[in-house]
Design a protein around this ligand. Structure first.
Ligand code: SAH
Length: 250
């Protein structure tokens, strides 16, 4: 019997962000694998096993789910947001590339979800209306010097920059260092969106500038969008201002 593995994006939080494809993949699995906080978002189903693991154990989780599928089971790994953005799809590909031949014969589906950057952008206006890039500030898997080089290059290229993992456990001061670096490269008036727990009950969004953005207001559930030099803020009555990047440049 050939097994099956789905790598499922749950979106940023609210259950309305879970796609019908994701619901179908979750419903047809006999075992779920994932970080505990993400698994908690999936309603329990009778007869469906749940294997929760820590968020530092992606490699072991990918391996366990692949083994379950290789033994003929129907596994689903859950990710927050999109599974291809700083998440489990790449871990599974790493496990397939370096694992036993049998892993390559498996039926595997990657089910996309709304990544945090897009959910935040939608709340803020249209900050990603022109060219942008996304960077993880976590230095678990890459040296901090590389992060600084990429921030520098992204600022120089005029990209809007989405920052994931601004408060990595390994380097809680990362966002402070990143803001300090960007302040040396971009105008103090550059719009900055600081968005926490979007799509969850404790959601919070603040529209700041590079001068006013405070690193202490960020945690592991925060995503930051730093505008380009063209990004603008439109004040609105009784509503969060719109942050947008015009479509035209140059
Ligand atoms: N695969 C996920 C990203 C995993 S990295 C995705 O596509 O969204 C984890 C980082 O994502 C967090 O540190 C934070 O920067 C961001 N993030 C995830 N969910 C978020 C949410 N609801 N609101 C704001 N940022 C979020």
């Amino acid at each position: 019997m050939s097994g099956y593995l789905a790598i499922v994006g749950l979106g940023p939080g609210d259950e309305r962000y879970v796609t019908r494809e994701a619901e179908d993949a979750l419903a047809s699995a006999d075992a779920l694998f994932g970080y505990g906080a993400y698994l908690d978002r999936v309603p329990p189903r009778p007869g469906q096993a749940r294997h929760a693991s820590d968020n530092r154990e992606e490699g072991a989780r990918a391996d366990a789910a692949l083994r379950h599928a290789a033994a003929g089971g129907r596994a689903a790994i859950v990710s927050g947001g999109d599974p291809g953005v700083f998440a489990m799809a790449a871990s599974v590909c790493e496990a397939i590339e370096h694992g036993p031949e049998a892993f390559r014969a498996l039926d595997i589906a990657i089910v996309p979800g709304i990544t945090a950057m897009l959910a935040v952008a939608a709340r803020a206006g249209a900050p990603l209306g022109h060219d942008f890039c996304a960077l993880s500030l976590s230095d678990n898997l890459k040296p901090w010097e590389l992060i600084e080089r990429r921030l520098d290059a992204a600022a120089d290229a005029g990209f809007v920059i989405a920052l994931y993992n601004p408060a990595s456990a390994a380097r809680p001061s990362g966002i402070r260092d990143a803001f300090a670096l960007l302040r040396g490269l971009k105008p103090a008036t550059t719009p900055v969106v600081i968005a926490r727990a979007i799509g969850r009950p404790d959601e919070h969004i603040a529209i700041e500038t590079l001068a006013s953005a405070h690193p202490d207001r960020t945690d592991m559930s925060t995503l930051i969008i730093v505008g380009s030099n063209a990004t603008r803020i439109i004040p609105r009555n009784n509503a969060v201002p719109f942050v947008y990047t015009p479509r035209r440049a140059g």
